[in-house]
Design a protein around this ligand. Structure first.
Ligand SMILES: NC(=O)c1ccc[n+]([C@@H]2O[C@H](COP(=O)([O-])OP(=O)(O)OC[C@H]3O[C@@H](n4cnc5c(N)ncnc54)[C@H](OP(=O)(O)O)[C@@H]3O)[C@@H](O)[C@H]2O)c1
Length: 344
């Protein structure tokens, strides 16, 4: 099969469009023909060697995909060849841990494109239990924008952040792959949502997602604007996919007893803040990483009901994965870029 393979860590040029052996599905596994593969910023960190320095090569990146069942391993009963499917964006690699919940707490939990070969390929192998029937009714390239963003977004917003109807929530980087989903998840949970962007073009795009307040942080201080929006109180929850200095300011944007969910580190991995701002007002910082299989089911049901729409920037053939990585690194993407493995 064709795949975009890395044989070393490095810049975008380490992504090589090559031939590799097509996996043969083991007992209990399914071979999925990938119709579209999503790209996430996390893939860039793995490519650069910042996540798993011991990764064995050759390696195939990519967590998100939409596809169809190509071949059934022995014992697989719940799918037929040709079914449209979505692989879960993470699962335990040890069979004895398949039933551990939340899925992401299993010791052998990993995501495709990290601990196992990923989706930048024409085929991938996934355990039957972690393959979902595609109920969305969307095109493959739209579906491929969803799995990790929607599942981790549900996990961070509903499970870790505890967002509920009537809450005011701040979501950073509303035009990002994660932010654009989290806004819609928080709205579906009945919250009012503010979001940050750094240019007005992306601001217009996020307004279409139902955002109640858009703050361009190059023009306004988001802490001040959030204070105005909440009558001086602060929001109940911030979902912080940026980290760094932004997270310190997120802490100033939550009300007493409020929660900041640490979700990403685009703006930096180190944070410095006055500890009194945390404990005098009994605020909390909670980490959220990956998701449970039920988070994916919950999110896809929202998609099926039309409450969440994919945000597809554009598609590129799989052979142009390097270009897609470059565009993400340059912050030129609204929502997600998707690779098409069968397009020249
Ligand atoms: N915890 C989890 O389970 C989980 C799941 C998914 C993603 N994540 C993390 O969430 C983060 C975002 O991922 P993503 O896939 O949504 O990324 P993305 O789609 O590439 O979007 C990131 C956006 O951040 C903005 N940005 C870049 N540098 C910035 C800075 N210094 N200050 C403020 N904004 C900046 C840019 O938008 P503008 O130029 O428009 O501002 C950029 O487009 C990553 O760290 C990722 O690893 C975590």
């Amino acid at each position: 099969m064709k795949a975009s393979v890395i044989n070393e860590f490095g810049d975008v040029n380490v992504l090589k469009y090559s031939d590799v052996e097509t996996p043969k599905p083991k007992r209990g596994n399914i071979l999925i023909k990938i119709l579209a593969a999503g790209i996430n910023r996390f893939d860039l960190y793995i490519r650069k060697g910042e996540v798993a320095p011991e990764l064995p090569f050759p390696h195939i990146l990519g967590t998100d995909a939409a596809g169809e069942v190509a071949q059934l391993g022995e014992g697989v009963t719940s799918f037929n060849v040709g079914d449209r499917v979505i692989p879960a964006p993470g699962y335990p690699t040890k069979e004895e841990e398949y039933t551990i919940r939340p899925t992401n707490t299993a010791p052998s939990f990993t995501i495709p494109g990290l601990g196992v070969w990923g989706t930048y390929a024409q085929y991938m192998e996934v355990p039957e239990r972690f393959v979902m029937k595609d109920i969305t009714g969307l095109k493959p390239e739209e579906v491929a924008t969803l799995p990790i963003a929607i599942a981790t977004g549900v996990h961070a917003t509903k499970e870790i952040g505890g967002v509920k109807a009537g809450d005011k929530v701040l979501v950073h980087s509303g035009a990002s792959g994660s932010g654009s989903m989290i806004i819609q998840i928080a709205k579906a949970l009945g919250a009012q949502v503010a979001t940050t962007v750094r240019d007005n073009k992306k601001g217009e795009a996020v307004k279409k997602l139902g955002t109640d307040l858009v703050i361009n942080t190059r023009e306004e201080d988001f802490v001040e604007r959030i204070k105005q929006w909440t009558g001086g109180q602060g929001v109940e929850v911030v979902i912080d996919n940026l980290g760094g200095d932004v997270l310190a300011k997120s802490l100033e944007s939550v009300k007493p007893g409020g929660v900041v969910v640490a979700f990403g580190f685009v703006a930096g991995t180190q944070v410095s803040f006055d500890i009194r701002n945390l404990f005098f007002k009994q605020k909390q910082i909670r980490g959220s990483m990956a998701s449970d299989i039920d988070d994916l089911k919950y999110g896809l049901e929202l998609v099926r009901k039309g409450k969440i729409k994919p945000v597809l920037d554009h598609t590129l053939p799989l052979s142009r994965a390097a270009e897609a990585h470059r565009l993400i690194a340059e912050n030129k993407v609204t929502g997600n870029i998707v690779l098409l493995p069968w397009e020249e």
